[in-house]
Write a protein that binds this ligand. Structure first.
Ligand SMILES: *Cc1c(COP(=O)(O)O)cnc(C)c1O
Length: 418
């Protein structure tokens, strides 16, 4: 007989066993997926708390349910900390994810059939920025810009031209696989010229923005969306920010009741904890280390003959162009996964391969930097990746690579010793 006080281990051996296996996987693999990170024990404690029991439709002190006095304080803390962290006048911390945050913005600013302009998915944009398989591409008329074929970086003149021709109601900047600094001010001037709203989706770089390492979009955009689980290192979730209070009121309504029901207050508590962590001086050092580590990784891989898109990085992302070694992303993904390295195949700009095959491998340094990996450790990581990719048939090198990975993992333990 199960009671609500029984432990997971005693009540559900299947799920408990699988969580244990996942824990070992996280401990013994090099996590290089650019959109992932490791939340602190404190964040996970809040997220795993009994706050999951509480319905709290509405906003702090304006709820549709009773018993929200402590929930109100929790959500208000999350809001206040986020405001301080990003110097934002208005924040909504309820979006369940980055995609939900974007959808709420669309509901606020657009009507079906309106025109939007975002970056092409294959150049580093996100599905929610007008891809035909997403509601943003199905319900809106989506135009796309890409990067310059030579520099592989944003070309503001070319983007202005596309904006002038497509006359979008909303321009979206902020990406999933772009390793360079985004010129939010440049986007502002284009949006102003064509009379468009400007949305910055800083999902990937939010932690770097919070630390002042990447320029902030707050002063230049009508609205900013983000995830909270990438470089920001919080629980899985989303958030919307704006300095326009009138727009904020509309955005609040678009989150609830526009697109969501009850907020996930256990996740919101975990967001508050993560924002509290990000306000500490150590977090800026962490963000600095993320970028410095990405530069080390990128430099070493290039020295080993593997090209990286845009020939370097300014953030946490290093996007390998595997055409330089005659390999596909799909193959490379498989090869590194065999030696306990987790990354993802990714298109490169103007990719001749399909999205299922691709010519790129996307790497990010946020997660391993959380484990304490430094520049030297990232040079080792680069060498292991290069050894594996450049000697794909060599079984001896393969097992050496795996040994080196396991050694790095035990030198930089994750949650093991908490
Ligand atoms: C990750 C990401 C999202 C989506 O976040 P989810 O939480 O997975 O919904 C949206 N936009 C960008 C640019 C992203 O990188």
């Amino acid at each position: 007989m199960s009671k609500i006080t029984s432990s997971l281990e005693s009540i559900d051996k299947e799920i408990y066993g699988l969580i244990s296996k996942e824990s070992i996987r996280q401990e013994t693999h090099l996590e290089l997926i650019a959109s992932e990170n490791f939340a602190s024990q404190a964040v996970m404690n809040a997220q795993g708390s009994l706050l999951t029991n509480k319905y709290a439709e509405g906003l702090p002190n304006k709820r549709y349910y009773g018993g929200c006095e402590f929930i109100d304080s929790i959500e208000q803390l999350a809001i206040d900390r986020a405001k301080r962290l990003f110097q934002s006048k208005w924040v909504n911390v309820q979006p369940h994810s980055g995609a939900q945050a974007n959808f709420s913005v669309f509901l606020t600013l657009l009507k079906p059939g309106d025109t939007i302009l975002g970056m092409d998915l294959s150049h580093g944009g996100h599905l929610t920025h007008g891809s035909p398989v997403n509601v943003s591409g199905k319900w809106f008329k989506a135009f796309h810009y890409g990067v310059d074929p030579i520099s592989q970086q944003l070309d503001m003149k070319a983007i202005r031209q596309i904006a002038l021709e497509s006359k979008p109601k909303l321009i979206i900047c902020g990406y999933s696989a772009y390793p360079r600094v985004i010129d939010f001010e440049g986007f502002r001037s284009i949006a102003k010229e064509v009379g468009a709203f400007l949305l910055a989706d800083m999902a990937h770089i939010a932690g770097l923005v919070a630390s002042g390492i990447h320029p902030s979009p707050m002063d230049f955009c009508d609205v900013v969306t983000t995830t909270t689980h990438k470089t920001l290192r919080g629980p899985r979730g989303g958030m919307i920010l704006s300095n326009n209070l009138e727009l904020g009121k509309k955005l609040d309504k678009s989150v609830f009741p526009g697109t969501q029901g009850g907020p996930l207050e256990h996740v919101i508590a975990a967001k508050a904890v993560a924002f509290g962590e990000a306000l500490q001086p150590e977090f800026a050092l962490y963000s600095r280390a993320i970028v410095s580590n990405a530069k080390s990784l990128s430099k070493r891989l290039q020295e080993r003959g593997i090209e990286v898109v845009s020939k370097g990085t300014d953030n946490h992302i290093v996007l390998l162009d595997l055409r330089s070694i005659g390999m596909t992303g799909k193959k490379a993904d498989l090869l590194v996964s065999e030696v306990n390295i987790t990354a993802n195949k990714n298109t490169v700009p103007f990719d001749p391969e399909s999205p299922f095959v691709t010519s790129g491998l996307r790497l990010g340094t946020a997660a391993l930097t959380t484990r304490g990996f430094d520049n030297q450790a990232f040079v080792e990581v680069a060498d292991i990746i290069a050894d594996r990719l450049l000697n794909s048939q060599d079984e001896i090198i393969k097992s050496q690579c795996k040994e080196k990975v396991l050694k790095l993992c035990s030198n930089f333990p994750l949650y093991k010793n908490i």
